[in-house]
Design a protein around this ligand. Sequence first.
Ligand code: CAA
Length: 377
Amino acid sequence: MTDLRAELCQNLGKWCQIHIEPHMEHDDAEGKFRMEIFQGLGAQGYTGITVPEDFGGAGLSYADYVAVLEEMAKYSVAYAVTVSVSNMVQTILLNYGNEAQKQKYLPALTNGTEIGAFALSESHAGSDAASLKTMAKKVAGGYSLNGTKMWITSAGVAKTYIVMARTGGEGSKGVSAFIIRDGDKGFTYGKAEKKMGWKTSPTRELVFENCFVPEENRLLAEGEGFKVAMGGLDRGRIAIGAIGVGCAQRALDEAIKYSLGRVQFSQPIFDFQGLQFMMADMALEVEASRLLVQRAAELIDNNQSPSKLASMAKLKATDTAMYVTTEAVQIHGGVGYTSEYPVERFMRDAKVLQIVEGTNQIQRVVIARHLKKEYAP
Ligand code: CAA
């Protein structure tokens, strides 16, 4: 790890210990999101890591960014996800936005005064994202949007939304991407989801009823919205992998600490070989996942296509998060199942990492499609 990256993570860890950790048990129980925590992360420079300084970002590498996300997730998977989805919106604006769009929307996102959200999924269009039905009908000066988006992370607290809607015929080629702002006429929020985990991160529906979107708020040309979404997800999936590594690392730390202190049959339970083998395997999977996430991030830093490795990193690291958190609860025994120890929260938070930004089954589809292309005669 570079000195700069180590310092970034160390400072962030200290900040999270003071500003996030003390709230998590209460806020998880209450489902409370604190804007001041997100804005605090922004003030420390952690909400716009990869965006160039011209747009208010820190201008650091993607490899730095995944290290930062891993550290953040050790304290709160939910706040790390809020930062990562907002960062995905920033990378979309940076890679697909025109100069005016970048100037207008990026600075408030990079400095963390505002949050960004990404709206692709609909009730009937989850894994099959290209079947989305939200309509963007051409009208004078822009488009009129009608439809409902589902399971949108940060809905209601975000200000800038990247929304995929249909401007053409069926399938991926009929999809366009739009920038929509909180408060736009015809744009409201639907029901807030009650979830197993990520309780401090709001998840809601977006409802569009004759919502006017000016032409200047379309990203790229009509019909290029699916490419925008997939390009964003290529980067977002690596970030979700990094969060999986942080979640798993925290659970491993807790399991080792607990097993060294817990005495049964006159010895710390760590000294039973059965538990040692469990923790050795957990540590192995965390390290392997971290390396894969870092490798995928380096592809972005080297301007190479990250798609296949992004899916591999997301799949491996989030399965690791589920496996390690489950084992950590087991090692804690009865108290692991209570909120007295944080491992049950991390176990609940791990589950949806295997689902968001493409289920781990969809990641296998993406990997297999790349393999087929690579091995095509
Ligand atoms: N980059 C750029 N373009 C891409 C691309 C990529 N990574 N992947 C595909 N495309 C392009 C293809 O080249 C193709 O264009 P052409 O026809 O011009 O070649 C077009 O997009 C359609 O591609 P496919 O034929 O592969 O599309 P498909 O319908 O078979 O779907 C899929 C592919 C991988 C299954 C895709 O639908 C998918 O990723 N599904 C999962 C959806 C998802 O990840 N949702 C996440 C929601 S957001 C979220 O979870 C955030 C959160 O809350 C935390």
